[in-house]
Write a protein of this length. Structure first.
Length: 349
């Protein structure tokens, strides 16, 4: 039987498919091997990490059982921080503060006056939720008088006696953890967040109520896995091999938005004196989480990229809201969409 041109094309295509199957299978095998070797390397690296770092969970257990430990602290950061402005005096009318659902600890650059005002007028404002909003600042002599006036007007400035620069970002987190434990503020949840974030507070609280209980050793946010330290000295995220010798970070929650409970905050406070602090804030908290056996739960609704107020109706937070006008405009959009959604079916997340 004579083959037609169509038959020849069919045979050729069939041959190409069979040939490509071999190539595809080859690449799949190579990929599996590379993934296996990479994971094995990461496991070896983290085993070595655990060996090099002190057994922090054992130290904390010893302190909780006996009230002391024979291990010498590496730092006294949680007991030596110096306050310039303390919002507790204005936020609390007695020895203990009112109970809130969420305390927002917002890491804010000292010059970001308009960012702070935008947050006060949008997601940081008390509405039908019990919210306490605190802005964490360092010091700059050139604007200190303005900060003092802002603090008097709003009563929400937590200012530490250290230079307000990027390299001190990790200390904003470390000191605010210590301050919160010392302040007797009664809150269900603690959300560390950057001042360029827009937060859908209702969705955040719903998520926490469903998934984060009082004594859970857990942090929630956008989880990064097997990220590598920046070794380029020109990078703002540069970390030297002397400061951190390993090729990958332990998993961590990106520092721009992370929620947990007071139980975890107290564990972090106990662990900080026995850990080496590094300048990469979110990676450092990831190291503490690994050493203290705090689980990190990934949630895609904490987006790592900008989304509009319209899209935020089904999300929790978005970065890159870097102007007052943008945050105000998109907040109005978010609320308009929320009201329409509630009228339609009563759901937002």
């Amino acid at each position: 039987m004579q083959l037609t041109m169509f038959d020849y094309d069919f045979v050729f295509i069939k041959h190409q498919i069979q040939r490509n199957k071999k190539h595809i299978l080859y690449f799949i095998c190579i990929s599996v091997i590379i993934t296996y070797l990479s994971n094995a390397k990461n496991k070896r690296e983290f085993y070595h990490f655990d060996f090099v770092y002190s057994n922090l969970s054992r130290i904390i257990a010893e302190i909780e059982k006996t009230g002391t430990t024979s291990t010498k602290p590496l730092n006294n950061l949680t007991s030596s921080y110096r306050l310039l402005r303390n919002p507790r005096h204005q936020q609390c009318q007695s020895e203990s503060c009112r109970t809130v659902d969420i305390i927002y600890l917002i890491k804010s650059a000292i010059l970001n006056f308009s960012q702070r005002n935008a947050i006060r007028e949008t997601w940081g404002k008390n509405g039908d939720m019990r919210i306490l909003t605190i802005f964490i600042l360092g010091y700059s002599a050139s604007v200190q008088s303005l900060i003092e006036t802002e603090s008097i007007i709003y009563g929400d400035i937590l200012q530490f006696d250290m230079q307000d620069i990027y390299d001190n970002l990790v200390y904003k987190t470390v000191f605010s953890i210590a301050w919160l434990c010392d302040s007797n503020i009664n809150t269900k949840y603690v959300h560390f967040v950057d001042d360029d974030r827009m937060i859908n507070s209702k969705n955040l609280l719903k998520l926490a109520l469903r998934n984060l209980h009082k004594f859970d050793m857990k942090m929630m946010g956008y989880k990064a896995n097997f990220e590598k330290p920046y070794r380029n000295k020109t990078s703002k995220w540069y970390i030297s091999v002397t400061d951190y010798e390993f090729d990958v970070w332990p998993p961590y929650i990106i520092g721009g938005t992370m929620i947990t409970n007071l139980y975890v905050i107290k564990k972090l406070r106990e662990g900080i004196p026995f850990s080496k602090v590094i300048r990469i804030e979110d990676a450092y908290i990831g190291i503490l989480a690994k050493l203290l056996k705090i689980s990190l739960e990934h949630n895609k609704h904490f987006t790592p990229f900008f989304i509009s107020g319209y899209e935020l109706i089904n999300k929790i937070s978005s970065p890159d809201y870097r102007s007052y006008n943008t945050m105000i405009r998109e907040w109005k959009v978010l609320n308009s969409v929320r009201n329409k959604t509630i009228l339609k079916n009563g759901n937002t997340l």
